[in-house]
Design a binder for this molecule. Structure first.
Ligand code: NAD
Length: 247
């Protein structure tokens, strides 16, 4: 029960890595606020978890919605100890082909939203004497994937923003870390990859481990970073990528 008495917010919590994190920390005692655009799946997960779980429909690119989310979470569960900024979207497009609105949306959801979430929640963490922030970056933030211009830039931004947070708030008792997944078997990736015959096998070959990770394997590392087991870990960006970025 690493998270007994703790309150966690997870964005993008209705699916994939976020849902696996919600299930994991809830099973280990946390109260969980699931925030996502996907109302149906978010509500279903909150109902599945039952007590100590709630869902809010939130677009993380909306700073005001994250302020409301933080206030609602504290009102519902008595405070906030953990913020997992995990919602994200992908976008393929070489620079000349990428519409300015596409660039802005990818940066807004993947990077701006992390700042909005932290800005809204840090005062609540301070009120508890500290807490943990975990941000989902990507292996694409450590190196660059062909054609994922805006996504690569946004995820690299998440990594250095996380370091900045760690330095700025260490004396507040707040730790901030990033997880950097390689390919994971979730809709954000598989909806594109599985649409093209043979593409999954090609991607899997590039990963030294020879396979996509399961969302639970990323959530396990995020939960570690959110827990007191990681009490001396802050400012880290941990690859969880089957060796992809070890090349
Ligand atoms: P997923 O598609 O299963 O889940 C993403 C969730 O984010 C969905 O529930 C979606 O509704 C939600 N979401 C999207 N835009 C949102 C918004 N504006 N506001 C609120 N919620 C929003 O994919 P996943 O793999 O679980 O993705 C989680 C994170 O992991 C993302 O940040 C993604 O970039 C990152 N990531 C994924 C992979 C991968 O291969 N799957 C690799 C590296 C990093």
């Amino acid at each position: 029960m690493r998270f007994g008495g703790r309150v966690a917010i997870v964005t993008g919590g209705a699916s994939g890595i976020g849902a696996a994190f919600a299930r994991r920390v809830h099973a280990e005692g946390a109260a969980v606020m699931i925030a996502d655009l996907d109302v149906e799946r978010g509500q279903a997960l909150a109902a599945e978890l039952g007590e100590r779980a709630a869902f809010r429909s939130v677009d993380v690119a909306d700073a005001a919605a994250l302020e409301t989310l933080a206030a609602d979470t504290a009102a519902a569960f008595g405070g906030i100890d953990i913020l997992y900024n995990n919602a994200g979207i992908g976008c393929y497009g070489l620079t000349p082909d990428l519409a300015i609105d596409q660039w802005r949306r990818v940066v807004a959801v993947n990077l701006d939203a992390v700042f909005y979430g932290c800005r809204a929640v840090i005062p609540y963490l301070k009120a508890r004497g500290g807490g943990a922030i975990v941000n989902t970056a990507s292996a694409s933030g450590l190196h660059a994937d062909y054609g994922f211009t805006a996504y690569n830039a946004a995820k690299a931004g998440v990594i250095n923003y996380t370091r900045s947070l760690a330095i700025d708030h260490a004396r507040d008792g707040i730790r901030a870390n990033a997880v950097c997944p390689g390919p994971v078997d979730t809709p954000i990736l598989t909806s594109g990859v599985d649409a093209i015959p043979g593409l999954r096998a090609q991607w899997e070959q590039v990963v030294p481990a020879g396979r996509f990770a399961q969302p639970e394997e990323i959530a396990a590392v995020a939960a570690f970073l959110a827990s007191d087991d990681a009490s001396a870990v802050t400012g880290a960006a941990i690859p969880v990528d089957g060796g992809l970025t070890a090349h």
